[in-house]
Design a protein around this ligand. Structure first.
Ligand SMILES: Nc1ncnc2c1ncn2[C@@H]1O[C@H](COP(=O)(O)OP(=O)(O)OP(=O)(O)O)[C@@H](O)[C@H]1O
Length: 260
């Protein structure tokens, strides 16, 4: 086992995962540099979620290695991986899973309270993140009183409030309208950049990927290319290349879920 280069916050090598015998990742390698916004693109079912689950320590690959800041994640026990996810990573799902009984600010403050941050600073941090995501006015509302785009912003604020080292966003704007999608994504990436948070963003939407620094493309569980974007403000996405990289055999395994 050889440690990866120092400038990668995450580094995965030759990942093989199969779900109930059918291959989801076959020999995928990827590196994520500190502070970058990396999009993982590709059509539905190509393995984007599975890759994010492996990188975030939710899922242990049947073969291959995952390293976080020069520490092997694939050899960690479940409790250590859980602590790593809680302390260093944030996660955003396609559908915002908020606690219905709590107000927006309480939902956002929840991860801080779970870390025993006292009420007043937790509330202050939650309010600041809601402001940053342009939903300060919704702080006292409960999820049912919010629009879908507002709920997703609350979920994003909750994922960012702990200022994680890496934020994993799995199709974070999938259920939103086109206009909301662009705005929510722009707010997310701006907030992450200004706080030096590395983002790994799964999307099948080429437009969404234009906000990333780089795109890694998957197809049928294999990596097919890597694009460096012209810049977050260019609004342009280069056409995906189609040169396939070598892939290996598949393995077996199961997924598990991640809490905030
Ligand atoms: N828990 C599971 N059990 C069985 N098969 C699974 C499971 N999770 C994913 N798969 C299968 O593994 C493959 C890769 O799925 P994955 O969700 O990683 O792809 P994806 O690119 O994120 O897809 P989508 O864009 O639809 O979310 C798909 O064929 C999917 O049906």
């Amino acid at each position: 086992m050889v440690a990866p280069p120092d400038n990668n916050v995450l580094w995965a090598r030759a990942l093989h995962v199969s779900h109930n015998g059918s291959p989801a990742l076959t020999g995928v390698s990827v590196e994520v540099r500190e502070g970058e916004i990396l999009a993982v693109g590709g059509p539905r079912g190509c393995g984007k979620t599975t890759l994010l689950q492996c990188l975030s320590g939710q899922l242990v690959p049947q073969q291959g290695e995952v390293w976080f800041n020069s520490t092997p994640v694939h050899t960690m026990g479940p409790l250590v991986r859980e602590r790593l996810r809680r302390d260093r990573f944030g996660w955003i799902d396609p559908e915002p899973a908020l606690v219905p009984e709590l107000t927006a600010w309480e939902n956002v403050a929840l991860p801080l309270m779970l870390r025993k941050v006292p009420n007043r600073p937790a509330r202050k941090a939650a309010s600041e993140w809601l402001e940053r995501l342009d939903i300060g006015a919704c702080a006292r509302k409960r999820p049912h009183a919010l629009l879908q785009a507002e709920r997703q912003r609350v979920a994003i604020a909750r994922a960012l409030v702990t200022e994680p080292t890496v934020l994993f966003a799995d199709e974070p704007t999938a259920p939103l309208h086109r206009a909301d999608r662009a705005q929510v994504l722009r707010t997310l990436t701006t907030a992450a950049r200004s706080h030096g948070i590395t983002v790994v963003l799964a999307t099948h939407d080429a437009e969404v990927a234009t906000l990333a620094d780089r795109t890694v493309q998957l197809l049928d569980g294999r990596r097919v290319n890597s694009l460096r974007m012209p810049g977050p403000s260019s609004g342009l996405l280069a056409a995906p290349a189609a040169a396939a990289t070598p892939a290996g055999p598949s393995a077996e395994g199961t997924a598990c879920s991640l809490s905030v």
